[in-house]
Every structure is written in structure tokens, then in C-alpha cells.
Design a protein around this ligand. Structure first.
Ligand code: NAD
Ligand code: LMR
Length: 342
């Protein structure tokens, strides 16, 4: 009967595909901070993703309203909103395969991401505790800043509960790749959709290291410096333009949805899915840098393979050295704080 039903896709094209979610590809995705600037468009994009069968939206306020709104979209997934009262976060997280965490305060002009540490560290710690209890095997995607520190905080919480799996924890740095790709396409008049600039390191200022040489580009002088600055401080461009009303939300929602889609594709058996992401990484552990973003192949178990950084120009090597120094202190700050404030 279902096979004979023709329905319109969200974009209007007639679809005859039956909905074939089986136990193996029924996928519950939870968004924590779902009523926020990122959370709302991210939830919308996840509702449009046919790989998602159940969408669980949590926020300290407003998630049931967002869920009611999104639930009217004519795709098959179910949507439910959760608040701290009632079923709460435990029910939201139970059974989740992917948990995205955009909960936390955004920057205002003049602030660094590290200035968010005092507020966001405890938000992420508490949400990580809830996830470690309710869905210890889920893929945890940390968006809340400062990512360089909130990922180590999450790892320490999972370790404290004896459920840490380094293959399942990701700092979402996709927006840096999106920006690096878009900005080079503007300079070179290419199709941005076909650009895929590798960005390694972390997610703030000098820790963001685009490797243009790997895409065959060489920029020189002021053009190179402006490009690097734009990629490293693209977030500031948006913070300033929004004039106190927050930071990137729409481009971040797209980037978060892209990363979730890559994980889902890999979980559902597609091979060769590679995304730069900030993970527990062996690449620079000998220098005390225990988390690092590089190209990571994703698979059904999360991290399948962490690729080495690869060939770099001398200039890029210099950027990487500065990155490693900053990253080490961001990581140590997160680990020290969470051990003292568990
Ligand atoms: P926002 O203020 O618009 O939304 C944050 C939401 O989190 C709010 O709805 C708030 O109620 C909710 N929240 C706060 N504490 C919570 C808790 N304990 N549990 C559940 N929900 C809680 O902010 P935003 O613009 O959506 O940004 C969110 C975070 O994402 C910020 O820290 C920002 O810096 C970061 N960010 C990261 C990237 C990245 O590339 N990784 C990009 C953009 C923004
Ligand atoms: C970004 O890169 O846009 C985010 O990290 C938000 C910010 O504070 O810049």
C-alpha cells in the first residue's frame, strides 16, 4: 500500500519512495540548546534529512514550541521537545545515536571565544554528564565554544563515568572548512561547492590553520595574509556585523547539519566519508596537544581513521607551530577546570 502512495517532497518534487526505516537505520538525533540561534535552524535542517527518523529537541526554555513548529514539516521523522521539567533531558537523550550540543552563550563584539569559558564550561559539563548517563555510546558533537576546551571537558566527564570512547567525541570545526572554501572561491572565481579546503588545528583564531597548498593554491603577500586572517577570524566578522545580537547561527547550522549527515552516511555503511573535525588525536600528543582537528575518516564506530596533516608549505608550518602552542593551553585549561569542578 505504502509503495503506491505518491507524496510531495519538501521541495515539491513527487516522491514515490516508501519510507523504509528499519531497526538498523532508525536514527534518533538529539539537539541540546535547540531553541537557540543555532539550535532552531539546525533542527530545521535535521528535520529535512531523511536519514533522521526521530528528532529530540532539548533546551532550558522553548524547545516544545520549536518542536511543535518543526513537526508540521512534511517529512517522516517524529519530533518532540523537552524541557528540564517533565520527561526532561534523560528521555530526550535515551536511544540517541547523535547528540549535537549548541547550548551555551555566544560572543559579543570585543570578546574572544575563551571569554565564554566561564559560562559555557559548566553548561557543557552538565549536558555531558546527562549524555554519559543516558546515551554513553552516542556520537557527541560539541558546537558550544570555546570548542578547543569544551571537547576536553566533555571527554573528562565521560572518563569520570567510565564510558569514554574517543571515537565518539567530535568538536565541530566544519564551519572553518565551509568558510575557507567559500573565501578561496571568491578570490579565484571558482564554484564554492567544489572547493574543499582542509583546515586543521582547533576552532579559534590562530589555532585555525587552513592548508591552501593542499588544494594546489599559492597566495602571496597581502592577499595571503588577508585570506588567512579572514578564515581565522571569520567568526569575528559575523559577531561584529550582528552588533551584539550573537554570532554565526545560520552558517553554523548548515555546517552542523553537514557534519551530522556525514556521520549518518558513514554509520549507514558509506565508506570514504572524510571530514575535518577536532578529536582525541595521536598526531601531536608527543607535544602535549591531545586534541587536534585534521581530516578524519568516519565509519559506523565514529572515528575510523585520523589522517596525518600531510604536506605543508613552510608558511603553513609556521602557522601550525603557533596553533599548537595555543591549543595546548586551551586543552589544559579545560581539563584543569573540569577536574576541579566535576
Ligand atoms: P544562543 O544564545 O542563540 O542559543 C543558545 C541556546 O542554548 C539558548 O536557547 C539557551 O536557552 C540554550 N541553553 C543555555 N544553557 C542550556 C542548558 N544548560 N541546557 C540546554 N540548553 C541551554 O546561542 P547560539 O548563537 O546558538 O550559539 C550557541 C553556542 O555555539 C555558542 O557558545 C557559540 O559560541 C557557539 N558556536 C560555535 C560554532 C562552531 O563553529 N563550533 C559556531 C557558531 C557558534
Ligand atoms: C564562529 O566561528 O562563527 C563561532 O565560533 C562563533 C564565534 O564566536 O565566532
Amino acid at each position: 500500500f505504502a509503495a503506491r502512495q505518491a507524496s510531495k517532497s519538501v521541495f515539491g518534487a513527487v516522491q514515490r519512495r516508501t519510507f523504509s526505516a528499519t531497526a538498523s537505520n532508525a536514527t534518533k538525533v538529539a539537539v541540546l540548546g535547540a531553541a537557540g540561534g543555532i539550535g532552531q535552524p539546525l533542527s530545521l535542517l535535521l528535520k529535512l534529512n531523511p536519514r533522521v527518523t526521530e528528532l529530540a529537541l532539548y533546551d532550558i526554555k522553548g524547545a516544545p514550541g520549536v518542536a511543535a513548529d518543526i513537526s508540521h514539516i512534511n517529512t517522516k521523522s517524529t519530533v518532540k521537545g523537552y524541557e528540564p521539567s517533565g520527561a526532561g533531558i534523560k528521555e530526550c537523550l535515551t536511544g540517541a545515536e547523535i547528540v549535537l550540543i549548541p547550548a551555551g552563550v555566544p560572543r559579543k563584539p570585543g570578546m574572544t571565544r575563551d571569554d565564554l569559558f566561564n559560562t559555557n564550561a559548566s553548561i557543557v559539563r552538565d549536558l555531558a554528564k546527562a549524555a554519559a548517563d543516558a546515551c554513553p555510546e552516542a556520537n557527541i558533537l560539541v558546537i558550544a565554544n570555546p570548542v578547543n576546551s569544551t571537547v576536553p571537558i566533555t571527554a573528562e566527564v565521560f572518563k569520570s563515568k567510565g564510558v569514554y570512547n574517543p571515537k565518539r567525541l567530535f568538536g565541530v570545526t566544519t564551519l572553518d572548512v565551509v568558510r575557507a572554501s567559500r573565501f578561496i572561491s571568491q578570490l579565484k572565481s571558482t564554484d564554492p561547492a567544489t572547493e574543499n579546503i582542509t583546515v586543521v588545528g582547533g576552532h579559534s583564531g590562530a589555532t585555525i590553520v587552513p592548508l591552501l597548498s593542499q588544494a594546489g593554491y599559492t597566495l602571496e603577500g597581502a592577499e595571503r595574509d588577508e585570506y588567512i586572517k579572514r578564515v581565522q577570524f571569520g567568526g569575528d566578522e559575523v559577531v561584529q556585523a550582528k552588533g551584539g545580537a550573537g554570532s554565526a547561527t545560520l552558517s553554523m547550522a548548515m555546517a552542523g547539519a553537514r557534519f551530522a549527515e556525514s556521520l549518518l552516511k558513514a554509520a549507514q555503511g558509506q565508506s570514504g566519508v572524510v571530514e575535518p573535525t577536532y578529536v582525541d588525536s595521536p598526531l601531536y600528543k608527543d607535544q602535549g596537544v591531545t586534541y587536534f582537528a585534521s581530516q578524519v575518516e568516519l565509519g559506523p564506530n565514529g572515528v575510523e581513521k585520523i589522517h596525518p596533516v600531510g604536506e605543508m608549505s613552510e608558511f603553513e608550518q609556521g602557522l601550525l607551530e603557533v596553533c599548537l602552542k595555543d591549543l595546548k593551553s586551551n586543552i589544559e585549561k579545560g581539563e584543569k577546570w573540569v577536574k576541579e569542578n566535576m
